[in-house]
Design a protein around this ligand. Structure first.
Ligand SMILES: NC(=O)c1ccc[n+]([C@@H]2O[C@H](COP(=O)([O-])OP(=O)(O)OC[C@H]3O[C@@H](n4cnc5c(N)ncnc54)[C@H](O)[C@@H]3O)[C@@H](O)[C@H]2O)c1
Length: 246
């Protein structure tokens, strides 16, 4: 028995979305270190090409909010062994001040785009009878949160979609899992960070006493998509320092 071998991705084609920044960029580094044949995808071309160039891997520009673009990405990517559905956006506003257009864009990217990629990439996995899909949810899927109404709802939808699809695709040997990180400082949270990080209102709720890091999220993503987690499906693993317990 060797855990090291289970964590080896040599030869496996891994598609990471949202790979130009934050969690996705940390995941790209880690999967590369573990030997994956990486495809990195993002909306933002310059930082995407920069990280892909540094790691010597493929880069594909796409818009997760556009079905045609998602379909084109899946066609370009070809046979994928592991899909990490990480790209996402945040709308941090009180519900009464959330324009419907912002809500629609968020649901389009954070839920429908994730679902569309699951369909487009999952179809081949089901045919080949192997594959793993990991989607990035959020602690807010479980505990909500001030100014997070639409975001929390979209992330909860991703977690529930994961449970349903895991049942459908389990018989074909395809695992479908979800990771719900707690708050970590990335570009996504940078704007809300001043309010949320400097005061201890949120932090006081974290039993481990600190926010998470992109590296910790990447390690959990790699573990969940590896053979070490081969009997886990349908589950959303919460990695939030205990926040939802508080
Ligand atoms: N940072 C946190 O505290 C936190 C906590 C829980 C969950 N999450 C989730 O983790 C994931 C990554 O977040 P992050 O903090 O690294 O954010 P980030 O903003 O640093 O990175 C997100 C990446 O997704 C890309 N992206 C956005 N919209 C896209 C689109 N339409 N098509 C393609 N790519 C698009 C961005 O260009 C960016 O590179 C998101 O799904 C987010 O909701 C983040």
């Amino acid at each position: 028995m060797s855990l090291g071998r289970d964590l080896d991705f040599t030869g496996r084609r891994v598609l990471v979305t949202g790979a130009a920044n934050g969690f996705g960029a940390a995941m790209a580094e880690l999967y590369a270190e573990h030997g994956a044949r990486l495809v990195l995808a993002d909306l933002e071309e310059a930082p995407l090409r920069a990280i892909a160039g540094r790691l010597g891997v493929e880069a594909m520009v796409f818009d997760q909010g556009d079905l045609a673009s998602v379909t084109a990405l899946a066609e370009q990517a070809g046979e994928v062994d592991v899909l990490v559905n990480n790209a996402g956006i945040l709308v941090a506003r009180p519900l009464l001040e959330t324009p419907m257009a912002d809500a629609a864009r968020l649901v389009n990217v954070d839920f429908l785009g994730v679902m569309a990629l699951m369909q487009a990439i999952g179809r081949g996995m089901v045919e080949r009878r192997r594959g793993v899909i990991l989607s990035i949810s959020s602690q807010t899927a479980f505990c909500g949160g001030e100014n997070r109404g639409v975001y929390a709802a979209a992330k909860a939808a991703v977690s529930q979609l994961t449970r349903a699809v895991a049942v459908e695709w389990g018989p074909y040997g395809v695992r479908v899992v979800c990771l719900a990180p707690g708050r970590a400082l990335t570009r996504m949270t940078a704007e809300t960070a001043r309010a949320d990080y400097s005061g201890d209102r949120g932090l006081a709720r974290v039993p481990l006493g600190r926010w998470g890091t992109a590296e910790e999220v990447a390690k959990m993503a790699l573990f969940l998509t590896s053979d070490a987690a081969g009997y886990v499906t349908g589950e959303t693993v919460i990695a939030d320092g205990g926040y939802v317990l508080g």
